[in-house]
Design a protein around this ligand. Sequence first.
Ligand code: NAD
Ligand code: ZN
Length: 341
Amino acid sequence: TKLTMNLGERSYDIILKNGALENLYQFARLDRRVAVVTDAGVPAEYAQRVADQCRDAKIITVPQGEASKSMKILESVLRQMLEFNMGRGDLVIAVGGGVVGDLAGFAASIYMRGIDFINCPTTTLSMIDSSIGGKTAVDLGETKNIVGSFWQPKLVIVDPSTLATLPRRQYINGLAESVKASLLADPELFAIFEKGDIDEQIGEIIYRSLRFKKSIVEQDETEHGMRKALNFGHTIGHGIEAVKGVKGRRTVGLYHGECVALGMLPMIESKALQKRVRAVYRRLGLPLRTAYNKDKVYAEMLHDKKAQGGQITVIKVPGLGCWRAETIPVEGLRPLLGMED
Ligand code: NAD
Ligand code: ZN
């Protein structure tokens, strides 16, 4: 299946097909220097499979985990690109999850003021969400995605066969973003989560999630309006995700999608739909509740970069497949968190 992201001269194709990684050469010009960026947790054979199709490739492997979205690792990637004598016409290919995609995409966007970038996502989260839309970034210390750019890829290759090696918890984690898409705009996708065989229908789940994200990005490439819908579940979700315990360790220990899953529940305004969503979480193995410290989560939300001037825009879902944005004073988050006013 092929989807096209229509963004004028920045348009690109998204290829969704089992085995697509082996056939990258059919879709892209690989007769140039190619930096294939991956991380140590991604099975090395995937990057190798891509490199094997190139005339002149160099595989750059960064450490696994969010810590690789740093200025230090970014510099090391850029230095390796320079040592490889890459020029303006050359290409960066990311093979991995959102960490690799965000890092490699950002490196491509600033090397020689921007060179071609292709994303080959290998986690559900990156296939469904981070690989399309053109947001790239690294973190500064504890502040996530604070240094980055909008840089659209030239091509996105989604090969669901790479999910066979992804740990189950990571696999389910990414599907939370797909549940998000279903609640915002796709009741039929929600029905798959309620009744379907998730593994058997993973291609359809990815396709529908991509179609949703594509339509949002096409309407609002640089997040001035519609794209805000994607923040559904993320205000409280980021708050939960950011809570740290002693020595900066995450006390909650939940993955991003798991935090978003928790963050969506209070934003669903129908009790009946809330109940169905809980049943879906139970079915998938997403958390229904967690013992997070509400005061700490609230304190984190006050620091949210989107909470400017005491106001914050949240996305609410009144019923299945519809949403609206609501700007509320930050204190309005307290009752949503189940705190006393
Ligand atoms: P990740 O990239 O860290 O991948 C999760 C883990 O799975 C890693 O340890 C990785 O080594 C491993 N892995 C990846 N593919 C594998 C495979 N096929 N088999 C086995 N192991 C595999 O995490 P993620 O959830 O993919 O992405 C999270 C990142 O995405 C965050 O940094 C987040 O900020 C970013 N993100 C970006 C956007 C965007 O629009 N740019 C959107 C959402 C999230
Ligand atoms: Zn998210």
